[in-house]
Design a protein around this ligand. Sequence first.
Ligand code: F0G
Length: 462
Amino acid sequence: MEVAYQKCINPVCGATFGIEEILPACPKCGELLDVTYDWDKVELPAKAADLGAFTKPSGGFCRVSGVWRFGQMMPFASEGKRATIGEGHTQLRPAPRVADYVGLKNLHLQYEGLNPSGSFKDNGMAGAFTHAKMVGAKVVACASTGNTSASMAAFAANTGMAGIIFIGDGKVAYGKLSQALDYGAMTLLIKGDFDDAMARVQEVCKSEGIYLVNSVNPFRLEGQKTIMYRVLEGFDWNIPDWIVVPGGNLGNSSAFGKAFYELYDLGLIAKMPRIAVINSEGAPTLNNLVRSGLKWNGGTVDDAMIGAYYRGLDERNERANTIASAIEINRPVNLKKCLRAIEKTEGVVRAVSDQQIIDAKAWIAREGLGCEPASAASVAGTKALVEEGIIDRDATVACILTGHQLKDPHATVAYHSYSEEDLKADYGQYGISTSEYANKPVPVANDLGQIIDAIRAKAAKN
Ligand code: F0G
């Protein structure tokens, strides 16, 4: 057997395929695939702290990639084919003010907005584009709520492939759309939402032989494992109690779970952190299903329950609807892999309101870390779980800030500066009100006296 192969996640099927095959799903049973390794054939360090050295003799670009410095944990990639745009130089930062806000003593924020295209997606695209290069792909495509498309378009430009993007018309934040257009990808604005775009791109890729880089692509999730290696590295390989992550298409939570149980099974870590996956109440599929009892169940998932849930959505014509547009997804493609991650890490799920999300976002920014609304779901969810007593106040927690503040400046400016009336007009559908945390701009005449008066008035208030 080769070192790396693809394997169906359904234990009843368990079919395996070579890594040279391009498979968006198991051809035998239709389930998702994993990239799986024969670890006996992989040279690994004796302890986790020796993973990820910056000086691996891999040459050239790999030295500057925060993904490929963990190449030992992704041994599918042929050396000369590794794709990179300099991703993964991200930081785990202590966040004392946000810790106070959520009621914890020790909260850290993993700032994935520092990636070159401004979101965690670059970690995954390094994996997917490496595989795309290995199989000789020339055209790549994705459906997106915005960040996947921005990242894909950057990698496509960098590797000289043609990129095609499927976006729900009117459903994408401007920062992200601007990136896709600027990087030169063909951008299809489909009349519909992300769930429609996701269904269409899969059909088109199948019919036209185009390489799909959405997170059904298991090579993408390999790259996203490195977010967790960097978090553990940030804690000096002391294992935190909780990782809290926003849940949309559920690729991240799935990849995080895989990162942990691989390290655990290899004896490189002695325990696994628990994963909390946070939905927006406006896109609550995972939360609703798990809280109704849906489980991984060793791989025997209740498909009838999932089918009935989706039929219900169709019958009521219920669409995802949240200010956290990045996670405005009702049919997450990685649902089953996420259930597996939850089971293996004793994880939990929650849904939080858009007001909770957008207030948490303002607190995160007060820490000097700017994120987009979806990212703040992690902090809002942590607060809810601390209040419920699920996360202990003494716990060590890392929240993942998935995307940069400048991805969606409109939401930020509206939150801080709009009147209640204007906020209702633009964001009323999400049930957002003006907030005590808003930092209102101060209009002032071009007059020295009035400017000084305004500054003194503000100082007197503080
Ligand atoms: N946060 C941000 C900023 C995202 O862009 C996404 C997903 C998520 C969280 C959710 O992550 O899908 O792994 O559960 N954005 C995708 C996109 C769907 O198209 O950009 P997930």
